[in-house]
Ligand binder design. Structure first.
Ligand code: GTB
Length: 216
């Protein structure tokens, strides 16, 4: 059964791979799974047919036979548990990799998204500069902590895992802030993730949607 993923028909990031379908595409590529993509307009995302799949009217969703999932983290965990390549076999190492998945989504992604939404929506506000400084400090704190833990390791806990896949995916969205450049080991970590053949295939597939080169 080939699963179907939903993605933006017209991504606001113009094919830079920052929307959350990219992390699912990457996981599917890492685990060697074929997949279909159903592209949705913003209007279609709010229609009953899609709301039945995702109550928040967002992408990505994932359908595999009768199973419908929303939330990119849940989709990643589903794929990582059912296919080899994204979670270690050893039980404790597996739990630690899952902890990194949660850390990426619950601890590192929030200040990155907060900054990104702020620069998008609040630029004209009188308090923008002052608030941005506070938001930047929160982001620096998190990135500093992550950078210290990663040290000179290639990946967060031994071999590449779904924890790294999600962490790299969330860090990518902070690239444009310039703040990530203050942490050379995180930049190298990101580059290692982006260099993976599975990442490259996923990136090319989502970019093809933007350039109009997508097949089918
Ligand atoms: N917690 C959910 C998950 O992890 O799946 C969040 C899903 C989510 O935020 N989806 C976004 C969405 O559908 C797309 S990815 N938004 C439409 C809506 O809520 O109505 C977020 C995103 C969008 C655009 C960029 N960008 O242009 O850089 C980056 C990330």
């Amino acid at each position: 059964m080939i699963p179907t993923l939903t993605a933006f028909e017209s991504s606001p990031d113009k094919g830079r791979g920052l929307a959350r379908d990219m992390r699912v595409r990457w996981a599917l590529e890492e685990t060697g799974q074929a997949y279909h993509v159903r592209l949705l307009s913003f209007a279609e995302m709010k229609q009953p047919a899609h709301l039945a799949q995702n109550p928040f009217g967002q992408i990505p969703t994932y359908q595999e036979g009768d199973l419908v999932l929303f939330e990119s983290g849940a989709i990643l965990l589903h794929l990582a548990e059912r296919h080899a390549g994204l979670l270690p076999d050893q039980a404790d190492a597996r739990s630690r990799a899952i902890a990194w998945m949660f850390a990426a989504l619950n601890t590192v992604e929030p200040p990155i998204v907060e900054r990104s939404m702020m620069t998008l929506l609040e630029r004209g506000e009188t308090w923008y500069t002052q608030r941005l400084a506070a938001v930047d400090e929160r982001l620096r704190k998190r990135l500093g902590e992550l950078s210290r833990r990663l040290g000179d390791a290639d990946w967060l806990d031994g071999a590449f895992s779904a924890g790294d896949l999600l962490m790299v995916s969330v860090l990518l969205r902070s690239k444009s802030s310039g703040i990530l450049d203050e942490y050379p080991n995180l930049c190298a970590y990101l580059a290692r993730g982006e260099a993976r053949p599975a990442y490259q295939r996923a990136f090319a597939a989502q970019r093809a949607v933007f350039t109009g080169a997508a097949a089918g």
